[in-house]
Structure formats: C-alpha cells, structure tokens
Ligand binder design. Structure first.
Ligand code: MTE
Length: 320
C-alpha cells in the first residue's frame, strides 16, 4: 500500500451490485438450511488443490442485512493479497497454490488453555451466521460483503482469557510453496512476511469482530483469505488479515505488518476516520467498487454507535 501506483479504481468501473440475484440465492439457501435440519457441509479433511468454494449452512443475522452487497465477481477479483501479487487482479489468478484444507489455528500466549484447533472442527462446533458489513480499504475504495462467520470472542473464550490478556496478534500461514511472494519478502523486500495483525483485547472481543469462513453463502475463495480470515468492519481493510494460522494473546501491544512497514502512514488502530487523512490522500470520501461517484466516508465506517465507546478519551489523530 505504501508503493505509489495508479489505483485500479481510478479507471472507473460500472455499477454492478446485483441484489435481486443475491436475494434469490439467499432465499434458496435458507430453504436448503431448513430442509437439511441445520446439517452443516463439513470441510473436507483431505488436502485439496482442487478446492472450490462450496455452500455453507448459516443463519442470516437480522441486525446486519440491510445493505446491498457488492457483486460477487467484484469482491473476488479485486483483491489485496500481497503473498500473491501487488496488483488487484493478481490474487484471483495466482492463489491456486493455496491449499486451505486441512488447516489448523494455534492459539497461544496469555490464555488458560493454549490449543491447536482444526478449522473443520471449528466449523462443526460454531453456528455460522451471515453478516452483511461495509468494508473500507485505506486506499479509498469500499464494498459491502455478505460474510459468513462467527464471533472471534467464541474462540477466545474457549481458550480462556486471563488478567494478562491485553492484545491479540494474528498471523498468516508462512509457507512459500503456498504463498510464493513470501520467498521474496514481497516486492523487493518491502513487506516482512508472514503478514501479522493485531487488536486490543476489547476490540477482539467486540461482537462485531468476526472470524470469517465464507462469503455469499459459500466457503471463502482462496484470494479472499481461505479458509479463515479476520473481519473488523470499523477498521481499514488491512487489519482484516487473511488465511490465519496463529493467534497469540499477549500482555503488550503486538506487531502489525503495515504499521511496521510505514508507521507514519499506517497506525496500529486504523479505525476508519474521515477526519484523519492518509499523509498522501484524503479519507473524507470513498469510491464503492463498481461505482463512478464517491460517497462520504463514515466515522468508524458506519459502526460508531457500536464501537466509539472503545476509544473514549483517546486522541484519534494521535492514535490513528
Ligand atoms: N492479509 C494477508 N495475509 N495479506 C494481505 O496482503 N491485505 C489486506 C487484508 N488482509 C492482506 C491481508 C488488505 S490491504 C486488504 S484491503 C484486505 O485484506 C483485502 O481483502 P479482500 O481482498 O478480501 O478484499
């Protein structure tokens, strides 16, 4: 992101939201879920290079279904995933090397029960729900994504927090066979891999914070961070780390990749804020993917009522 480059959105794209098709699909999936008496499609335990997103059973969360999702095609072909490519179009073409099954997440550090959990087990144990969230990239584009997932707090509660559980760090799997750009430390050594991100514990435990395993009713496409990624809707998109394999709880503030690469431009908090510009561009407006006209950026990306209390008394210009 710190590399100066013409953004693909500057080329101008057509408006493509296709709500009718999506609503019909959701109606059918709801019927299928009822017919299947809640039986969830399990993740295969076999390694599958031929992985393709497949239908999940989930319950739509009524509180988060008012927005019109951006078209599936856009969400899955305009990506940031630097382990594969610097371009937005690269990840959807190059992420075939990622093998998302089987996959485990290690939970370590300041927890009562350090553990390694299989994503297949997670899917079997946690009821999945759909939440349609706004997603705002620090680069100035935005979209609306119908995520399928569960609250991160469910997993952290299972591991058991202690009085020393103050911050949480997430790490993307390190495997240059699967993520080829990890070999070259990403584009001329600019990005230290593995990609890491962090949250304060109250942010991690907030009910809006999801671990997502799917979108548009199906398991995650590889380029969107299969098999499991973070979604923190009130923060800039780079906090939503993909293909997570480690979660480490600690007493002190954790590392985060972009803050380390360029602390002047990317803060640890990275809450969406129209009043605090990026040093190289304004954050007052954003361009929804596929639309020509920009719209106003919302404080905390539209989730201020739910999250602004987390930052009471903090100078958000300083802690950007
Ligand atoms: N996670 C990893 N491991 N690697 C990345 O390059 N890019 C981040 C975030 N998570 C990134 C990542 C950035 S900059 C953004 S905007 C979002 O993923 C993009 O998510 P999307 O491609 O699903 O839209």
């Amino acid at each position: 992101m710190h590399i100066i480059k013409t953004k693909a959105w500057q080329l101008g794209e057509k408006s493509v939201t296709d709500e009718k098709i999506y609503n019909e699909r959701r109606r059918l999936m709801k019927m299928a879920a009822i017919a299947g008496a809640g039986a969830m499609v399990p993740f295969s335990l076999k390694a599958s290079a031929t992985y393709v997103p497949r239908a999940l059973s989930f319950a739509p969360n009524k509180a988060y279904r008012d927005l019109s999702p951006t078209e599936y095609e856009k969400i899955t072909t305009y990506n940031n995933f630097y382990e594969f490519s610097l371009s937005k179009e690269g990840p959807s073409k190059l992420a075939h090397t990622l093998i998302p099954e089987p996959w485990t997440i290690e939970i370590s550090g300041e927890v009562e029960k350090p553990m390694t959990v299989d994503v297949a087990q997670i899917l079997a144990k946690y009821p999945l729900e759909e939440r349609i969230y706004r997603f705002r990239c620090v680069e100035g584009w935005s979209m609306v994504v119908p995520w399928i997932g569960f609250e991160l707090s469910c997993l952290l509660k299972k591991a058991g927090l202690t009085s020393q559980s103050k911050f949480v760090q997430f790490q993307t799997k390190y495997d240059p066979q699967m993520f080829p750009e990890q070999k070259s430390e990403g584009f001329f050594g600019n990005i230290p891999f593995p990609y890491v991100e962090g949250l304060r514990i109250d942010e991690a435990m907030h009910p809006l914070t999801l671990l997502s395993v799917g979108l548009y009713g199906k398991t995650l496409p590889k380029q969107n961070g299969a098999p499991i990624r973070l979604v923190v809707p009130w923060k800039y998109g780079f906090k939503s780390i993909k293909s997570i394999t480690k979660i480490h709880v600690s007493a002190s503030m954790t590392r985060s990749t972009w803050n380390e690469v360029n602390p002047r431009e990317y803060g640890f908090y990275s809450n969406v804020n129209p009043d605090v510009d990026h040093p190289r561009w304004s954050q007052a407006k954003e361009r929804p993917l596929g639309e020509f006209f920009k719209q106003k950026t919302q404080h905390f990306n539209g989730y201020a009522d739910e999250v602004s209390h987390l930052y009471t008394g903090m100078d958000l210009r300083k802690h950007f």
